[in-house]
Design a binder for this molecule. Structure first.
Ligand code: NAP
Length: 278
């Protein structure tokens, strides 16, 4: 799925054959989505990497638009800070789910599914946002242990967590799963090594899940490519760049809310670029 325009066209074609389908929004409509105060009311949404960067702001934003947010991450103190912010702004009581995606077992993820079922009785949205950069170096010299770590956190754990949570997500009226890709996930680039490969794998997984589920469930799978955003990860990737020249996580939240809201029910198998180059 290298070309976002053609995947939109492909999606429109498929939807004409499905009586229950909705007209998909264009990528521009997704980027410019204007949420209502209750756009996510009644939804339970899990965000990975919710303690920092884009994930932190996505969690706060989902809460602001009415969702109950489940905060998953590896640094509990950061998740607690987000929890407190949600409480102080009057959002629905969130939950903290400490989990290190480098080491968590599939069994733990299945236990998490049972816990969410018991405590919340539903899961409507899953934002896969956690990720690491790894090394920026030629593949010839890429440290193999680092390669495995990047693939584990960015891709393998994402697959396992998706599969473990699928029973709940399939039960949702209009479940939405969003993977976080990158420009190098769509267009491979020298020296981006395991990070680029992990993001390519995510885009492929989203496409395969879409093909496998679109005729039998309401569940939708899409990818977001945020583009360059002012976070710690970006600063590590581009140390000479002026961070003030970049958009902030807050600037790109329209698309994050849109893909979780019922307005995007017809959007499936897309890679939505949030800062396309004209
Ligand atoms: N910023 C950009 O310009 C940009 C561009 C394209 C794509 N993206 C993608 O956007 C997503 C968010 O990036 P960001 O810029 O916000 O990065 P960030 O500021 O570095 O935040 C990454 C988040 O992932 C969490 N995380 C890392 N390893 C984890 C693990 N083993 N288990 C659980 N959580 C873990 C981090 O938790 P801790 O804080 O506890 O370490 C943190 O909350 C990533 O998938 C990234 O690839 C970002």
């Amino acid at each position: 799925m290298n070309n976002t325009t053609s995947s939109t066209e492909k999606n429109s074609e498929q939807n004409t054959t499905n009586e229950n389908s909705y007209q998909p929004l264009s990528h521009e409509q997704i980027r410019n989505f204007v949420a209502e105060d209750d756009s996510l009311e009644g939804k339970v949404i899990l965000v990975t990497g919710a303690g920092d960067g884009i994930g932190r702001v996505a969690a706060l934003t989902y809460a602001r638009f009415g969702a109950t947010v489940l905060l998953l991450g590896r640094t509990t103190s950061k998740l607690e800070a987000v929890y407190d912010e949600i409480e102080s702004m009057g959002g629905k009581q969130p939950a903290i789910l400490p989990m290190d995606l480098e080491t968590a077992s599939y069994d733990e993820m299945q236990k998490l599914e049972r816990l969410i079922d018991k405590e919340f009785g539903q899961l409507d949205g899953l934002l896969h946002n956690a990720g690491i950069l790894g090394a920026l170096t030629p593949l010839e010299m890429y440290d193999v242990d680092m390669f495995a770590k990047v693939m584990q956190i960015n891709f393998t754990a994402t697959f396992k967590l998706t599969q473990a949570l699928l029973p709940l997500l399939k039960d949702a009226n209009n479940g939405s799963i969003v993977f976080t890709s990158s420009t190098v996930g769509t267009y491979p680039r020298a020296f981006w090594g395991a990070y680029a490969l992990s993001k390519q794998a995510l885009e492929g997984m989203s496409d395969i899940f879409t093909q496998e589920t679109q005729n039998t469930t309401n569940l939708r799978f899409n990818c977001i490519n945020p583009g360059g955003i002012r976070t710690n990860m970006r600063a590590h990737a581009y140390p000479g760049e002026n961070p003030m020249s970049l958009k902030t996580p807050e600037d790109i939240m329209s698309a994050y809310v849109c893909l979780m809201s019922n307005e995007s029910i017809g959007v499936r198998g897309q890679v939505v670029e949030l800062q396309p180059k004209d």
